[in-house]
Write a protein that binds this ligand. Sequence first.
Ligand SMILES: *Cc1c(COP(=O)(O)O)cnc(C)c1O
Length: 431
Amino acid sequence: MNFYSLNNRNETATFQQAVTHGIAPDKGLYFPEEIKPLPTLFFEEIERLSNNEIALEAIQQFTGEEIPPEKLKKILGQVLDFDFPVVEIEENVAVLELFHGPTMAFKDVGARFMANCLGHFSKGKESDITVLVATSGDTGGAVANGFLGVEGVNVVILYPSGKVSEIQEKQLTTLGQNITALEVGGTFDDCQRMVKTAFLDEDITSKRVLTSANSINVARWLPQLFYFLFAYRQLKSKKKEIVFSVPSGNFGNICAGMVAQKLGMPVKHFIAATNVNGTVPEFMRTGAYHPKPSSATISNAMDVGDPSNFVRIQQLYGNDFNTLKENLSSYSFTDEATKLAMKKLYDRSGYMTDPHGAVGYLGLKKYQKEHPHIYGVFLETAHPVKFLPVVEETLGFAPEIPPQIKKVMGKEKIARKISDYEELKQFLLKK
Ligand SMILES: *Cc1c(COP(=O)(O)O)cnc(C)c1O
């Protein structure tokens, strides 16, 4: 399978090149040259397939021959060693729980898959690959965990000092081995700016192979399509029309769901639910795309004012606004509305969501006002304890801390403090 740059159809790359470089030389996002629908039999018999069989069938056209089938099977076995349950909580409302992985956030699957692919590609190479990421909290932990111990790959994570939760900080800073945490005296935007500068700095790129690990990378983006297939498999016997409501920030997750639709999965519609960072909801209302600086919210993994994957979504629907509208609705919600939803959901059905999942729930309920008979699934993208302070304040009590989180809380934080770009540069050159 080949990929091309969304800035220039003639700028192509193999899967290996797309994964290793992350972004095309012309700064365009990579997009598959073809998305071949899966055989109808696959969907007819999906209940009889295991998660690993479903994933293998769905992803192999994208990884092509660069990852041999036996290796791909092995990778998927390591990536998918936890559950993805669909839980019905109200009539026609179910939640797809994506937080049963090692760091309890949905990014675990993409991070692990990308780590394994990079590990495979760096075998036998002389120089190591350095993965450089800035995190506002959730990405860093999943990336650190996914890449831990992968040979030939070093991971450097920048996070803003004092601005991530205690649990998130522990998940970033306690692993050691090939993972280094850099604690930046500044904001998340400062971290991101430093990372971007490093990618363009020839003093560094002439000596180090650098790549990023956000959903721009096809190996982090595409495996997210598994979730939607796993949910469909669990819901098919209901014989209802299904819609998915996805709490969205950079729009990688929902865009992967749309790829599952292109593969032939029967799904009626997608709902992109956002916090007040409502660039896409506004676009769907007015047809005008105006990126904005991000505003801080309680669902901070979605504080994105210019979602990088939205160009991929437009490409999937032929850059046609009307086709896009038939498949996508998008709504934005305030923190107040989000907290109210968390509380109401808990009081009514005893179900606890984190702020991101609650935004997804709100999006679904809004869509169902006009489509009351449709069966809706919202994605719960993180375990509520990942956002403990807000959950505790909203519900009035603290949820119990699960064992995998307790384990990291007891470990010692090791981070190197840096305050400006020059320090990052020196660190990268010395390694
Ligand atoms: C990253 C993240 C999101 C947003 O996902 P995108 O693919 O960027 O739209 C939502 N919820 C949580 C908890 C996240 O970590």
